[in-house]
Write a protein that binds this ligand. Structure first.
Ligand SMILES: CC/C=C\C/C=C\CCC/C=C/CC(=O)SCCNC(=O)CCNC(=O)[C@H](O)C(C)(C)COP(=O)(O)OP(=O)(O)OC[C@H]1O[C@@H](n2cnc3c(N)ncnc32)[C@H](O)[C@@H]1OP(=O)(O)O
Length: 355
């Protein structure tokens, strides 16, 4: 059941959700067939609007290229995929953050699903972290909203009832790394030769900023105090083998894609990810997700609570202070200067690459 639908809609058993709130973008409509009608969830669209949509047959409700995330569920195995789809780098804007949270909740509302693979439709970048343009000369209204949306993604992912598996095909700096660390299991691609190694880690200090306490603590809980303290101070970006040794990721896959596509992945992956059906990271991510999906869910969720509930409570309690601190920090003159310099360097690098 892909989130991109080409077929006529005859059933009343549908779920519709508006994910993309960017004005020029059309509504992201997520359809699940086979649900009892009482589970029908409709948001942001009037019943008349839906009836009008349902009369149009056949119907393409949206193009996956327009959606900030693409999702699909595979009820037979209990596994879903949620892939970030914001070119060029899946940098986290307010709208992408909201889309991730909304579709995660949408997937969670399906009782047949026990695991979700967090992926990227970009084969070389998992997520470039925060959209740095959100941080430069921000508006007083948008900046706290933006930070809140990132906190929410963390809370939703880290506290999800679903087992979460990160399929890290490429780079995952800063908040991109946070997304991966908030999952239950991380699989990273080993890269294509020494010159094209993806990296993962909290590189904030290299931008002249610091990871907020909850992000820093996430690294501490993942790799231990001393290695995390050093990595945070230096802004270390770990290439795959070092990430594996340090415990930043759980698995590194070095084999190349095979020419044969995997039948289960064909059914599981949304349209925008169909080119990844023979991708070894995806295959492994599916195996891991299916393995978690077989554990009795009450026991699995209870065990997750044992390790995560304290830090989630703490996050909820300090959330407002954290937002204030973030806004004060980011709008500081020196920080703004550092960020501008960093973006300038990033753009120069981009230009040099293109020329
Ligand atoms: C104690 C203190 C307490 C409180 C402080 C509170 C809060 C502080 C908050 C700090 C939190 C920060 C978290 C973050 O996430 S900061 C963002 C960090 N991200 C980065 O540094 C990544 C930058 N990007 C890269 O390094 C590379 O792009 C990357 C390795 C991801 C990919 O490299 P590649 O060579 O494959 O692609 P590029 O050509 O570089 O990029 C492609 C295009 O994408 C644009 N891009 C990349 N990253 C970003 C980004 N993060 N935001 C916006 N845009 C991005 C890049 O410019 C290219 O664009 P074009 O040139 O094609 O237009």
């Amino acid at each position: 059941m892909s989130s991109t639908v080409d077929s006529p809609i005859s059933s009343s058993k549908i779920q519709i959700h508006q994910l993309d709130r960017l004005a020029p973008r059309s509504a992201f409509l997520l359809f699940y067939a086979g649900h009892p009608p009482h589970q029908t969830m409709i948001s942001s669209l009037s019943a008349r609007h839906i009836a009008r949509i349902a009369r149009q047959q056949p119907l393409r409700l949206f193009s996956s290229q327009d959606s900030l995330v693409v999702t699909n569920v595979h009820e037979e195995s209990g596994v879903a995929v949620l892939a970030m789809n914001r070119p060029p780098a899946n940098s986290l804007s307010l709208e992408l953050n909201e889309a991730i949270s909304t579709s995660l909740k949408q997937i969670e509302s399906n009782p047949k699903i026990q695991s979700v693979i967090l992926a990227s439709s970009n084969p070389t970048i998992f997520s470039a972290g925060l959209d740095i343009t959100e941080l430069i000369s921000p508006s007083d209204e948008r900046l706290p909203k933006f930070w809140n949306s990132l906190q929410q993604v963390y809370i939703d992912l880290y506290g999800s009832r679903l087992a979460t598996v990160a399929a890290i095909q490429g780079h995952a700096p800063a908040a991109g790394c946070m997304l991966a660390l908030a999952c239950d299991y991380r699989i990273m691609h080993g890269g294509h030769g020494e010159e094209h190694l993806p990296t993962i880690g909290f590189n904030e200090t290299q931008l002249g900023i610091a990871a907020p306490p909850w992000m820093g603590q996430l690294m501490v809980r993942t790799i231990g105090f001393r290695p995390a303290e050093r990595a945070l101070a230096l802004g270390t970006l770990f290439p795959p083998s070092e990430a594996l040794n340090a415990g930043v990721v759980d698995d590194v896959i070095t084999e190349q894609s095979s020419s044969e596509s995997n039948e289960v992945l064909k059914a599981l992956l949304p349209e925008a990810l169909q080119s990844q059906t023979s991708n070894p990271v995806m295959i492994k991510a599916y195996e891991e997700a299916a393995c978690y999906a077989k554990i009795p869910p009450q026991a699995r969720v209870a065990s997750k609570l044992v390790t995560r509930s304290e830090s989630l409570k703490e996050m909820q309690m300090t959330r407002e202070d954290d937002t204030q601190h973030f806004c004060g920090f980011i709008t500081h003159e020196v920080v703004q200067k550092n960020l501008m310099k960093y973006v300038e360097k990033m753009k120069q690098r981009g230009k040099a690459k293109k020329s």
